[in-house]
Design a binder for this molecule. Sequence first.
Ligand code: DQA
Length: 153
Amino acid sequence: MKQKTKSRKILVIHGPNLSLLGKREPHIYGRVTLNQINRALRKLAKEKGFKLKIAQSNYEGKIVDLIAKAKKDKFCALLINPAAYTHTSVAIRDAISASGIPTVEVHLSNIYTREDFRQRSLISPVAKGQICGFGLKSYLLGLEAIEDILNKS
Ligand code: DQA
């Protein structure tokens, strides 16, 4: 019987205000732009044989819609920086939980050294894990983590 090849498609979602990276509070987020992050992700994904779909949205509902159809669209994993929605969005958390898609949550900054309201993530309990505090590298480590998760599944 012909073996079904596993999907190598990963959905990457950047949440609100991340399009402003490079100019936005550089003392916190550094000077790296979203384009530079995406380029670095695409390069690493290519080396690992993954295909990426990358989306950025400022809208909670749009992010929920993307996650809701991720399974149908044959994505095998989700790499997400939910940005401010990390701390507020039950809707994004529920979408991840309902999708059953292995998810890695990333943040540029270390949210646990910042304001109290940032120190709680509604997303972490439904993610495989969270990586924060390493700037652009958080995303690359997130992709490495996804590779490990997929290799073990
Ligand atoms: C962020 C941290 C969030 O608290 C913040 O709202 C962001 C970016 C990060 O990547 O460090 O927009 O997710």
